[in-house]
Design a protein around this ligand. Sequence first.
Ligand SMILES: NC(=O)c1ccc[n+]([C@@H]2O[C@H](COP(=O)([O-])OP(=O)(O)OC[C@H]3O[C@@H](n4cnc5c(N)ncnc54)[C@H](OP(=O)(O)O)[C@@H]3O)[C@@H](O)[C@H]2O)c1
Length: 306
Amino acid sequence: MTWHPRHLAQQTGRTFVVTGANSGIGLEAARDLVGRGGHVVLAVRDTAKGEKAAASLAGPGSTSVVQLDLADLDKVTGCATTLLDRHDNFAALVCNAGVMGGPLLLTPQGFERQMATNHLGHAALVAALWPLLHASASRVILVSSGEARDGQLSPQTTREQLLNPTPYDGQQVYRNTKQANLLFAQELHRRCGKAGSPVSAVAVHPGAAATNLFARQLERAGRDRLAAVSKVVTRVLLASAAAGALPTLRALDHSTPSGAFVAPSGFAHLRGRPELLDVYASAKDPATAARLWELTEQVLGRPLPV
Ligand SMILES: NC(=O)c1ccc[n+]([C@@H]2O[C@H](COP(=O)([O-])OP(=O)(O)OC[C@H]3O[C@@H](n4cnc5c(N)ncnc54)[C@H](OP(=O)(O)O)[C@@H]3O)[C@@H](O)[C@H]2O)c1
């Protein structure tokens, strides 16, 4: 049966944390959930942008905003503490925020920025929120990408290759981060199953949607005029951000099993109704997932949950 957004239930009384919910796919997922009566916590780098985005979301649900900089592990811990103070239940944590490409930039901890933001920060957030995620039988969603197919992480990947790769190839690092999202979802699913944890994990490929992701890459490289052109071109050629949020919404539907990978069903999985896709070969090997898990634990200096 083709999945349709009407299959997703009303969400009254349920709380969702969505990272990067001030723009693009995260904002559109938040819009839908608020429209279904849910409470959405917009976990955002810039709270002024977050408040503005929250104000654009119409009820019957509600919103709150929390500051989250995934590229700074200390700030991730601070955000998790605030979330645990404010809430006693999470229906889902949507690990959506992401950056793509651009020049080599290092985080305060000295890690390459894309891997730190897209993978490490989200893994740290899951670890810090774990007691409540577990107690609430939450769903953890990792927003990956079709780019995950060409990720090069393997059982032999070293800490240096993961966090300070040289020579620096920004596009390849992005692919690796999206492979890491898919691997992390798969490993979390496997471990929860083995440990009997009620937490479920689902990965998502949004297709190709017109968001700030592409222009930001150009802006970071100092190519502001090209960034302006890219905003127009992507709006014409790509699916809308709302369409890009559909796989996330399907991932939140309880008919979607833990361990699933959700992607648009159309040509090259660029757009269309979300369907369940076979996990890419690059993310199927449990040894690669275990290696990523081990390296992530080493870097975070704490065991990941389960
Ligand atoms: N658009 C597509 O076609 C596409 C395709 C495949 C996968 N994806 C994935 O979809 C996800 C959402 O991206 P999008 O397309 O909606 O792009 P977007 O509009 O640029 O949204 C990205 C969000 O991530 C936030 N973010 C960036 N760095 C952060 C940090 N250090 N801490 C916290 N938040 C941070 C951004 O905040 P600021 O506004 O403050 O920068 C923004 O809210 C990403 O994971 C991306 O890899 C997108």
